[in-house]
Design a protein around this ligand. Structure first.
Ligand code: GTP
Ligand code: MG
Length: 639
């Protein structure tokens, strides 16, 4: 979970590009290659009177078992829509309550939603955002923000609203049983493209006003991400000399002297004790061109879900790589290197600009050969993730010795390097296009209850704009509430627009009605809340095939949910997106496929074609990211 960093007393606050083009393979041959013999995968499950044999692991299960006791696969791959997820043992865990602990009423109350024929299987699963796509969805970001004008706020209730289509379907009804007002929020049938933004939502150009850039710091464990973040805060004046001395003294006392800068971001006792980041630290500083929101991610593999939740807000990223011998190699290792996993994830968040900070150059004597080696090896991999050569900057540096960060290196051993120092590379990043003119959507990443009926929720505005006094809707709790105030970098602000990372202080709502994974939205354009989805996925490196019944962790914006595959609809050609095989029995590494996933509980989600940030999905199992996907269709919404 991301958390805002408090600066203490001084501040108030490939796939290797070798996709198998021909998917018309023989299934039995394929499973043999994967160490499962054709014999063990009969076309139909083998049953005797008392037992049934699992088609995957061949274990003979008792007849009463609806799923294999060994591997968890469902007994009958043709899952009916009324099957309950909690019928099946859920053999995974992550750092939220286990699926077994969750009440699984979701699938019983599902409502079939009419299927839209216009399903878009041509959405690229590598989630490329072409410049053209971005332009088409929003106003230009080169225009800078101005103060809001006194237009009438949009209202949540029915009636004719300036700038709004006249199709309000949200209703409030008095429950005869409870006497309480119950709100029913129904999705508009008309397209969001009918939405007309009010004038205050569109920024004016104001000379000298800086835009906000959300910058994720990612990379393998111990590569120096937090040390870099602390250094940048110190060098930009956000951490005073006095506070820095305090960190140095305390870190030394705990025998962790080298972590002094990291302590600015790693605030909890456990993080400091272990010398690792566990949750994303959020901090702010200003460069020549931007107000930068630093998102310092944990590099340890156990905390990838937290990294996903925080770094999913990024506009651009710094991938920190440890240049020292063996460390770079560990990060790029296919079986657990987080340089690799983070690069894949960050690209699938829609980030297409990346600065690779080749750190700890002091350890390798600022060697050009080592830098070139890292650049060549990692460059090949980054291109396979979908990063364009021209969107990758390579900066050799030593965070520890403050070389090449905010000024050109003073160490003569780095004289061979002619490129920009880190801060210049940051200022060369381009802001992505922002969707100011769409209805408001803020996926919430962190929540603090201030007092009864008052809640502070943090998050990045994905679309639209917000200002104090505005009525907003919180989903999935369906609560309509009022924005009391807004804060950016702990300072009150009068307006925030798409791309801004803010704290929204809400009044008239209980703390338990707003959680990480909730979405603040326009009352007339509620985000969808779904339990079953069709997705296009790209399978990453996996050792066990994905089959119907496979249990997964489903991550979307800041929400996580237990899920299982209920249908494997087709395999797709990765380039053309055409169906190459219908209803395959399983999915293997590097395959593109259409699948249907059932969630244990409902999540706020949009189809990728209507909101990218709310339609990108990450699938994890056994502590690894096993697939990246986009939501192509919502099959079942919460009733
Ligand atoms: P996680 O958050 O746990 O993934 O680690 P991290 O990437 O944030 O690394 P962190 O900043 O905690 O630094 C790990 C260790 O690397 C610390 O001991 C730092 O002092 C050291 N370190 C960071 N940068 C440099 C550098 O430029 N040179 C050398 N020699 N050591 C460095
Ligand atoms: Mg760290």
């Amino acid at each position: 979970m991301p958390r805002k960093v408090n600066y203490g007393v001084d501040y108030d606050d490939d796939y290797e590009d070798d996709y198998n083009d021909d998917y018309d393979y023989d299934y039995d041959e394929e499973v043999e290659e994967n160490g499962i013999t054709a014999k063990t995968m009969p076309a139909k499950e083998v049953r005797s009177a008392k037992v049934w044999r699992c088609p995957i692991c061949t274990y003979d299960n008792e007849d009463s078992m609806s799923a294999c006791d060994i591997c968890g696969i469902l007994r009958n791959p043709l899952v009916k829509s009324n099957i309950q997820i909690n019928d099946v043992a859920a053999p995974f865990k992550f750092n939220v309550p286990s699926p077994d602990d969750l009440v699984s009423s979701g699938l019983q109350s599902l409502k079939m939603k009419s299927k839209d024929n216009q399903r878009d299987t041509n959405i690229p699963v590598e989630l490329e955002l072409s410049a053209k796509d971005q332009e088409s969805t929003s106003a230009s970001v080169t225009r800078q923000r101005g103060n809001g004008v006194n237009e009438k706020d949009y209202a949540p209730t029915s009636g004719s609203i300036p700038g709004m289509p006249h199709r309000n379907v949200n209703t409030e009804a008095m429950s005869s049983k409870t006497g309480k007002v119950e709100k029913t929020i129904e999705r508009k049938t008309a397209s969001i493209s009918d939405f007309t933004p009010e004038t205050w939502m569109i920024p004016e150009t104001v000379d000298g006003e800086l835009s906000q850039l959300n910058l994720a710091i990612v990379g393998h464990v111990d590569s120096g991400k937090s040390t870099l973040s602390g250094r940048l805060l110190h060098l930009s004046g956000r951490i005073s000399q006095k506070l820095m001395h305090k960190y140095e003294k305390e870190a030394k006392q705990q025998g962790k002297g080298s972590f002094a800068y990291a302590w600015a971001l790693d605030e909890s006792a456990e993080e400091r004790e272990r010398g690792i980041t566990m949750t994303v630290g959020v901090a702010f500083f200003t460069s020549k061109k931007y107000h930068i929101v630093l998102l310092d991610s944990p590099g340890h593999r156990d905390f990838v879900p937290n990294m996903i939740s925080g770094a999913t807000q990024a506009d651009a990223a710094i991938l920190v790589v440890d240049a020292s011998m063996g460390s770079f190699e560990a990060g790029i290792d296919a079986t657990g290197g987080q340089t690799r996993e983070h690069a894949q994830l960050i690209r699938s968040f829609g980030v297409d600009q990346i600065i690779v900070l080749v750190n700890k150059m002091d350890v390798v004597g600022y060697s050009k050969e080592r830098f070139d080696f890292v650049k060549q090896k990692l460059g090949t991999f980054l291109r396979t993730c979908g990063f364009k050569e021209s969107s990758i900057s390579w900066v050799p540096a030593s965070v520890m010795e403050n070389q090449n960060l905010v000024a050109n290196s003073s160490d003569s051993r780095l004289s061979w390097y002619r490129g920009p120092f880190l801060m210049d590379a940051i200022d060369s990043l381009q802001l992505p296009a922002r969707d100011y003119s769409k209805p408001l959507q803020i996926p919430i990443c962190d929540v603090k209850s201030q007092s009864q009926s008052q809640v502070s929720a943090c998050g990045k505005l994905e679309t639209g704009a917000i200002r104090p006094g505005l009525k907003v809707l919180v989903m999935p709790s369906k609560e309509i509430t009022t924005v009391r105030s807004l804060e950016r970098d702990s300072q009150p602000c009068s307006i925030a627009r798409a791309g801004d990372n803010v704290t929204v202080n809400l009044q008239g709502i209980e703390g338990n009605r707003v959680t990480a994974g909730s979405v603040i939205c326009h009352p007339d354009y509620p985000v969808q809340v779904a339990c079953q989805l069709e997705m296009k996925i790209l399978v990453l490196e996996i050792s066990t095939p994905i089959v119907i019944g496979s249990q997964l962790e489903f991550h979307i914006h800041h929400a996580k949910e237990a899920a299982k595959i209920v249908k494997i609809l087709s395999l797709l050609d990765p380039k053309a997106g055409k169906v190459t095989k219908k209803s395959p029995r399983c999915l293997l590494s590097k395959q593109n496929a259409m699948v249907e996933v059932a969630l244990q509980g409902p999540v706020c989600v949009e189809e990728y074609s209507s909101c990218r940030a709310l339609g990108r999905v990450f699938l994890r199992a056994s502590g690894r990211t096993i697939g990246l996907g986009v939501v192509t269709q919502i099959i079942k919404t919460e009733n």
